[in-house]
Design a protein around this ligand. Structure first.
Ligand code: 6PG
Length: 232
């Protein structure tokens, strides 16, 4: 059953997301020595990252991954890496391992390199997909998550860990982790705030539908952290 966590404001939702991530990181470190966390891009998580930094007890034993990236250099204002560097990593003395998607490279090459890095670093579930401890995701008004957009062929990719996509949301050229990676994560957390996300949240909770990629993640491992404006 998808867990719903509703908060009076965007700030309170950001605080709840930061606390939950810090808790999940600590649990993963206690059980497995290190934590593998994939981070969301976009605007919504920035505040949660600012709050998360000081809450992570031992950041040196965290591998920070990206659920998706825009095909831009790391210092570009559109870069998800830059957003994370300016919010989460800024306050950290020992940020652990930051696994950036090389948005400046040809997309196919960057996707393959990232998949290799995931396979080399993240212990697999059984003998298959690298199993992240936590995947933090945002939610688009159209129901997309990471850069997995409604009706896009990338939604059906099950034999690759990362793929290039051409998105309807600017900037168009992106690299995204694929659905099997997010499905395999021990915990998936969607952080969504604002009235603009209300309809998408309702569709996520309505059950799996390819027209709402984030709804394909439902189930026990999923937590939706919302402010009241985004709540159904
Ligand atoms: C990206 C994101 C994307 C984002 C949603 C929500 O790189 O754009 O990974 O999936 O999470 O589009 O974006 P906002 O938080 O800006 O509304």
């Amino acid at each position: 059953m998808t867990a719903l966590s509703i908060h009076p404001s965007g700030e309170a939702a950001a605080q709840a997301a930061a606390s939950l991530l810090a808790e999940l990181v600590g649990a993963a470190q206690a059980d497995r020595g290190a934590a593998n966390v994939s981070l969301a891009g976009g605007n919504t998580p920035r505040r949660a990252y600012e709050l998360l930094g000081p809450l992570v007890a031992d950041a040196s034993r965290v591998h920070w991954w990206f659920g998706d990236e825009r095909c831009v250099p790391a210092d570009d204002p559109e870069s998800n890496f830059r957003m994370v560097a300016e919010s989460l990593l800024l306050g950290m003395t020992e940020p652990g391992r930051v696994h950036r998607i090389a948005g400046e490279l040809p997309p196919e090459e960057a996707a393959e390199l990232y998949a290799d890095e995931l396979r080399r670093t993240v212990p697999p579930f059984g003998d298959g997909i690298p199993q992240l401890d936590v995947a933090l995701l945002g939610l688009g008004e159209d129901g997309h998550m990471a850069s997995l957009f409604p009706g896009d062929p990338s939604l059906d990719v099950r034999d690759r860990l990362a793929v290039p996509v051409v998105a309807v949301k600017p900037p168009p050229n992106r690299i995204t982790l694929t659905l099997p990676v997010f499905e395999t994560a021990r915990a998936a957390v969607i952080l969504a705030t604002g009235t603009g996300k209300k309809d998408a949240v309702t569709r996520v909770l309505a059950g799996p539908d390819r027209a709402t990629p984030a709804s394909l993640l439902g189930g026990d491992s999923l937590t939706l952290i919302l402010d009241e404006a985004a709540a159904p």
